[in-house]
Design a protein. Sequence first.
Length: 95
Amino acid sequence: MSSQITRKELAEYAASIHGISVNKADNLLKDVFKFVADNLQDGRKVSVHGFGTFEPRSRAPRVARNPLNGASIEVPARVAVGFKVSETLKRTVNE
């Protein structure tokens, strides 16, 4: 197994534990990820007990510099996604 886990591997894992098809497990994962993305887009936090919290974070517009030529670049306001890991997950990873 590689050091990166793919959605396919997550689906295979979930399918083996719950006795469902990999396709069904993959569709469930897609739905969960879409739910998270839709709620973040609407400005809502998404907390998963024992895992962490995803939240939209507003970034103000700013002026940046092009490192190649020093020219100023206007960077528009945007929303970034933040993630705060839960204490439970921190403990699990560090055991």
